[in-house]
Design a protein around this ligand. Sequence first.
Ligand SMILES: [Fe+2]
Ligand SMILES: [Fe+2]
Length: 153
Amino acid sequence: MKNKNSDYMSAIEEYGGDILHSDRMQSEKQFIQHGTTSTFSHSLAVTIMCLRIAAALHIKTHERELVRGALLHDYCLYDWHEPHKGLHAFTHPKIALENARRDFEVGKIEQNMILSHMWPLGRLPHCRESFILCLADKLCALRETFHRKKRER
Ligand SMILES: [Fe+2]
Ligand SMILES: [Fe+2]
């Protein structure tokens, strides 16, 4: 069973290396997600958190899909702090999925993961990978926001 960050990174490289090293994913290093954390770092942290949750709770998952869906869940490729059409919280899962489909092969599990990661806002999660991502995303967002607050004091 995987239980170390290096094990999780090996799984991420194996299943999602093509995503991680792609030019568009790398470009997410310039966009801020929460606090001072880039969208790239956030997406990687969420993916590690997904693997950690699955291991800690002994949840059997499709690990390849879990990794790829988590890496791509915020694959919007724009700075959401800049003005844009619609409410980011509701619109970005659809935009992330459109971009993901354009650039990679995206199966049913990854699609549901990306579309439902904001639940209870928007789409309902349909599989365990999606529920894990929902939880991991919120935990990482809290950690990233809280860290900024601590630094600002
Ligand atoms: Fe998101
Ligand atoms: Fe996220």
